[in-house]
Design a protein around this ligand. Structure first.
Ligand SMILES: CCCCCCCCCC(=O)SCCNC(=O)CCNC(=O)[C@H](O)C(C)(C)COP(=O)(O)OP(=O)(O)OC[C@H]1O[C@@H](n2cnc3c(N)ncnc32)[C@H](O)[C@@H]1OP(=O)(O)O
Length: 180
């Protein structure tokens, strides 16, 4: 089925902000994280940027592949907010096309390609040198829709409780990407 953008999805160009302050991908309160910033795009698409820091190295001076996969995963995960669906990554297949040096900004783009029942198919690219620059990484993913119980049943109680009691309703909903 063709993916359908939720009528209340943020407008194209709007910054999404972090879905959870402690998130390793996007959280502002996470000192070790990527601090990735995502914006709503047209249709069911997202753009995002992330600058590789010295803490993200694998080989000397180069980004760790797992960190780049995280940036792709986070960007793809942000698509859930445009669908207003709660979903987790089931499968993430990544191609590493070029090495990415520390200090490089990765320009990411992701889109949902199809939805079939609980399965959400998506793809993403990460470019260097600018949003039109050469592709350094790309991924195809399958996200699976879950109920909020997924987090309540599997997450550590202290963090779940803290996220649930956030006075900001949008942040509370977005911690689990729930339709508020
Ligand atoms: C969400 C809030 C945050 C959003 C932003 C964060 C961005 C980052 C996103 C993440 O990193 S999420 C964290 C990493 N992912 C996980 O921790 C998920 C761990 N895996 C699970 O909890 C379960 O395996 C999962 C919920 C994904 C699936 O278990 P279920 O028992 O609910 O589903 P089921 O096994 O019945 O499968 C449902 C369908 O999906 C298919 N499927 C499930 N896992 C698959 C897989 N890995 N590969 C291919 N297909 C898969 C499965 O074949 C089936 O297809 P059919 O409906 O056609 O029969």
């Amino acid at each position: 089925m063709t993916p359908v953008r939720h009528p209340d999805a943020p407008a194209p160009g709007e910054l999404l902000g972090a879905h959870y302050g402690e998130c390793f991908g996007c959280g502002g309160e996470q000192p070790h994280g990527l601090h990735l910033q995502a914006r709503a795009g047209e249709g069911v698409s997202i753009t995002a940027e992330f600058t590789v820091q010295p803490a993200h190295q694998g080989a000397p001076g180069l980004a760790h592949g797992g960190v780049l996969a995280t940036a792709l995963d986070e960007t793809l995960g942000s698509l859930n907010w445009l669908l207003r669906t709660i979903a987790v990554t089931g499968r993430l297949e990544t191609d590493f096309v070029r090495p990415v040096p520390v200090g490089t900004t990765l320009y990411l783009e992701a889109e949902v390609t199809a939805v079939a029942g609980r399965k959400i198919y998506s793809r993403a690219t990460g470019r260097v040198g600018g949003p039109e620059g050469p592709v350094a990484v790309r991924a195809e993913a399958l996200f699976i829709e879950v109920q909020v119980d997924h987090f309540v049943n599997h997450g550590r109680p202290e963090e779940i409780k803290a996220a649930m009691s956030d006075p900001d309703q949008i942040r509370r909903a977005r911690a689990f990407e729930v339709n508020p």
